[in-house]
Design a protein around this ligand. Structure first.
Ligand code: FAQ
Length: 320
């Protein structure tokens, strides 16, 4: 008897049923081409964000105020590199090579989180990045632990554990500055003022403007919308700012009893689009730095390939 082959529509329906049943999709499973493409886009951009995100904090490793702070910051920045590696590997399982992803980043075809195009000007900024940037990243990534693609979901579980240490190291820097001298407290306030709004932009455009959300929600690549995640972050940050005794940068922030959430001021969307389209403070510098580091690391990749070839030849000779 001839084997019955599912039509494209039947395959899509069976795929959607698996998603609706909360089953994870694994690399060798059938998936619609648009699901694969959308995942490659999101995961690779997430990986690029982790790697480019090393630069603003890396800027402060040599200038950390104590040996202990230097060791902590070094560990954190190394973690970000590791996050990039898990995520590149998850994207590779969808059939794209690391070299293709790096090329897309370096030629501006692929984006990375807008926040990393802002400069880190003071030690307070290192505190604000850990507290607010990692804090926003966690809100998003906790939700992504339930994403439908298995390798991405598993990477998120490990990454979230490390991010919570990052968030706490940043908040601890802020506590020390906020409880310090008037000049230190002012430094903490300035960093909060500079990083608060760009951190809110990490959640992406409003849902009504979000090109990918509808499909990504249907396929459970994203589990919560940009605006819902942003609201969570806004709500959780208010008591943290109060605890530090700092002023909230959003003068419109107000508890709304009926909604059970804080109402807040509007973001500067012109600034957001300027930054994601390559014209923020540091876009060019970030990419130039990445290209330089990548070129300087070419010998390591060459050495690895030569070693692999040698091992393969040795194995073949031993087997002969
Ligand atoms: N920056 O239709 P949507 C971290 C782009 S990890 C730049 O809403 P989507 C750890 C978007 O890509 C931080 N571009 O898109 C760390 C799309 O462009 P495309 C990274 C943005 O994908 C901490 C277009 O706008 N986290 O921080 C941004 O459904 C400290 C339309 O937008 C993730 O990547 C933005 N803020 O939702 C490391 C989490 N927002 O591709 C070091 C995973 C939007 O059409 C130090 N990603 N765009 O050219 C996601 O959850 C989603 O991709 C969103 C965007 C929510 C970012």
């Amino acid at each position: 008897m001839a084997e019955y082959k599912l039509t494209e529509e039947e395959q899509e329906a069976a795929f959607q049923q698996r998603i609706d049943d909360e089953q994870k999709i694994e690399p060798k499973d059938w998936m619609p081409e648009a699901y694969r493409k959308n995942l490659i886009r999101q995961i690779s951009q997430h990986a690029h964000s982790e790697v480019i995100g090393e630069q603003p904090e890396g800027n402060w490793i040599t200038r950390s105020p104590s040996l202990r702070r230097k060791a902590v910051l070094l560990a954190k920045v190394q973690d970000e590199a590791g996050h990039g590696l898990y995520l590149y590997s998850a994207a590779e399982s969808l059939g794209i090579s690391r070299a293709e992803m790096i090329e897309a980043l370096q030629t501006g075809k692929a984006k990375y989180a807008s926040i990393f195009n802002y400069p880190s000007q003071t030690w307070g900024d290192v505190g604000a990045i850990g507290w607010l940037v990692d804090g926003a990243a966690i809100v998003n990534q906790v939700s992504l632990q339930r994403t439908s693609y298995g390798p991405y979901s598993r990477a998120m579980i490990k990454i979230c554990k490390e991010e919570s240490f990052h968030q706490r190291q940043g908040y601890q820097i802020m506590i020390e500055l906020a409880k310090g001298t008037p000049a230190q407290k002012q430094m903490a306030q300035d960093s909060l003022n500079r990083f608060y709004w760009p951190a809110l932009m990490m959640f992406g455009p409003h849902d009504s403007e979000s090109a990918h959300s509808a499909k990504s929600m249907k396929w459970k690549i994203k589990r919560e919308t940009n605006d819902d995640l942003r609201q969570k972050f806004i709500d959780q940050t208010v008591p943290q700012i109060e605890f530090l005794g700092l002023e909230h940068p959003d003068k419109a922030i107000k508890w709304n009893e009926e909604r059970g959430h804080y109402d807040s001021g509007e973001l500067n969307w012109d600034e957001f689009y300027k930054v994601i389209n390559g014209n923020g403070h540091c876009n060019r510098q970030r990419i130039q730095h990445h290209i330089k580091a990548h070129e300087e690391g070419a010998w390591v990749r060459d050495a690895q390939l030569a070693y692999n070839a040698k091992q393969k030849a040795k194995k073949a000779a031993d087997a002969a």
